[in-house]
Structures are given as structure tokens and as C-alpha cells.
Design a binder for this molecule. Structure first.
Ligand code: SF4
Length: 330
């Protein structure tokens, strides 16, 4: 593995400077030659190791939107499953706009956080009404759509339109925070201002390669326990000397346990409603199929059902319940 240094590089020996100066001066400076070296090496690594996800090369803003929304807080194996299912059921923004809420929730299935499916459905309708049936290219207009945050907007812009828009997700924060700020656990220690400054490493005209390059690098090399020994930018990384000296990244607090959680209980209720395949279910049947056996558990299921109804994910009239919105004819 080549670990040659780029011209102008000085090893980090002092505390980091202010975010404004992060890439311009001080021990962690990234002068132009060093920036180009980092960009070139990470892009070359990406060209050899890119994950062949279909939305990355489709040049389809809608495909990029679906993938970005599905990827939020979700493992990639699940993203691939829900993406394939979703694109088969709703291959275009127009077909998604025509779908009813029960159908989109049914298709989302067990992918978790079903509000995301509703958000996609609402976004498609808004695009039909306000953007001539297409996703807008303008960042402000994208951010105004339901469920579209900075990460999703950046993915739609880079994969969908080929624009330059730095994305920020867990893996990207980890790579940039270590590389530029020298933090071992950037998710906890690196400020947003520093990550924004590090985004200046973004190579112009390379958005569709740079964002996924950092994502894949964070997933495979600069992992929570990084593989610095095979890293193509190790010689320019502010954190590498710390890892080499034996320091370790403290674990970030994991999500609470799923077993026994409200999220798990909500998931069970949603599963019962999906299993009804478009039909409504009586509340006694719902509580039974959700596994509630005591009066307390049955009450809990009814409370959860009420919350799901408030969020627009289910409906109930006090006797029966169903997925999505209550059909007009019953
Ligand atoms: S040297 Fe280690 S910490 Fe730095 S970017 Fe490479 S893998 Fe990550």
C-alpha cells in the first residue's frame, strides 16, 4: 500500500485550529496539493471497490430519493430489499403519487420507521402538484418536501442530477472527522462546523463519486475500529498517529435494545395490519394477533394503535382498524 506524503504536509502535533482555518492553515492544514492527493486516492479506491448499488448509476432523482430515504437508520441489506420491492411496485414518481397510503405502507413492509413511506408518498404528490411531476433540482425546494433533510437532498442532487452537494452521514462524519480533525470518535467529538469545513475537500464535479466513496470508505476501511494499516490516506490523516499509538475510539451509545421496546410493539401492530392485506381487523383480533394476552397488554396495543392513527399510519373507529387511512366506503 502506498503511503507517500503529499507536498506541504506537516504531521499533526498541535491542537486543532478553528473550523474556519481548518483546511487552510495550522497542523491539520489541507493545502491544495494535499487536498488533491486525498481526493485522488479516495476516488481511485472507490473506482476499485465501489458498491454496485443501482441508484448510484441510474441518474434518476426518484431512485436516489427512494434509496436515501430507505437508508436512514437502516442496514444496507434491508435498504436493498425495500428499494427493490418499492421500485417494482412504484417505478416512477407518478405511480407513487397515485398510490394510496395503505399500499405504500404494505410495500414498505418491515423496513421500519414507516413514516418514511408516507413521506415518500406525500413528496410524490407534492411534486405532481408543485413541480410539474418531477423532483426539483433546487436545494431549497428539495428541503421543503416531506421527509427530505440535508442528507437526502444531497443524495438526490448528486446521484440524480450530477450536482456537487456534500452529503453527511455516519460513515462520512467518521472519515472526515478523523482525517481532518484528528478525532477518534467524530460522531461524538467533531463539531458540525468542523465537518462542514472538511466538506471543502469535496472535489468539484465529482459529487456522484465522492459522496459514495466516503460512505464506502467509512463502511469498509475507516470503520469504528479502523483499518489504518491498509488506508490509502493514512499518511495524511490527523487521527492515524493516535490510532498507531494505541488509542482506541470509545463506542458511541448504541440505540436502546429493540426487544421489549415500544418500537417493537408498534412493529407488531403494523405487521398485523399489513397481514390483513387491505382488509380491516376487529380490535379483539388485532390485540390477539399482536400477542397481547393480559388486560394490560391489550390496553397497550390500543394505545399504540391510537398513536399510529394520529401519525396517519393506521385508522380505527373504535371497533375495527386498518392500514393507512380509513376507506371512504365501508
Ligand atoms: S488512517 Fe485510519 S483513521 Fe485515518 S482515515 Fe485511514 S482508516 Fe481512518
Amino acid at each position: 500500500m502506498v503511503h507517500d506524503e503529499a507536498p506541504g504536509y506537516a504531521p499533526p502535533t498541535m491542537p486543532r485550529s478553528t473550523p474556519d482555518h481548518l483546511l487552510q492553515q495550522g497542523p491539520h492544514a489541507f493545502p491544495p496539493a494535499r487536498r488533491r492527493a486525498v481526493q485522488r486516492r479516495l476516488l481511485e479506491w472507490y473506482d476499485e471497490h465501489a458498491q454496485p448499488f443501482p441508484w448510484r448509476t441510474a441518474r434518476d432523482p426518484y431512485a436516489a430519493l427512494v434509496a436515501a430515504v430507505a437508508a436512514q437508520q437502516t442496514q444496507m441489506s434491508r435498504v436493498l430489499e425495500v428499494y427493490a420491492r418499492w421500485m417494482e411496485a412504484f417505478p416512477t414518481l407518478a405511480s407513487l403519487a397515485r398510490a394510496d397510503r395503505a399500499a405504500v405502507l404494505q410495500t414498505w413492509g418491515r423496513a421500519g420507521y414507516p413514516r418514511r413511506a408516507v413521506g415518500l408518498n406525500e413528496t410524490a404528490r407534492r411534486c405532481m402538484e408543485e413541480h410539474a411531476g418531477a423532483l426539483p433540482r433546487d436545494p431549497e425546494a428539495l428541503l421543503a418536501l416531506p421527509g427530505v433533510g440535508p442528507f437526502t437532498a444531497a443524495i438526490v442532487r448528486t446521484f440524480g442530477f450530477g450536482d456537487d452537494a456534500p452529503a453527511v452521514d455516519t460513515n462520512i462524519v467518521r472519515v472526515l472527522g478523523r482525517l481532518v480533525s484528528g478525532d477518534l470518535q467524530p460522531a461524538r467529538d467533531t463539531s458540525r462546523a468542523e465537518i462542514d469545513a472538511a466538506a471543502a475537500l469535496f472535489p468539484a464535479g465529482e459529487g456522484a463519486r465522492w459522496n459514495p466513496a466516503l460512505m464506502d470508505y467509512g463502511a469498509r476501511v475507516c470503520t469504528p475500529r479502523p483499518h489504518c494499516e491498509v488506508c490509502v490516506v493514512a499518511s495524511m490523516c490527523a487521527a492515524q498517529p493516535r490510532f498507531a499509538a494505541g488509542e482506541v475510539a470509545a463506542p458511541v451509545s448504541a440505540q436502546g435494545t429493540f426487544e421489549g421496546s415500544e418500537r417493537q410493539a408498534r412493529g407488531r401492530v403494523m405487521q398485523v395490519l399489513r397481514d390483513a392485506a387491505g382488509e380491516s381487523v376487529t380490535l379483539p383480533a388485532l390485540t390477539k394477533r399482536a400477542g397481547a394476552t393480559t388486560a394490560e397488554e391489550r390496553a397497550r396495543v390500543r394505545i399504540l394503535l391510537g398513536r399510529l392513527a394520529e401519525e396517519g399510519l393506521a385508522w380505527t373507529d373504535g371497533r375495527r382498524a386498518g392500514l393507512g387511512q380509513r376507506p371512504s366506503k365501508m
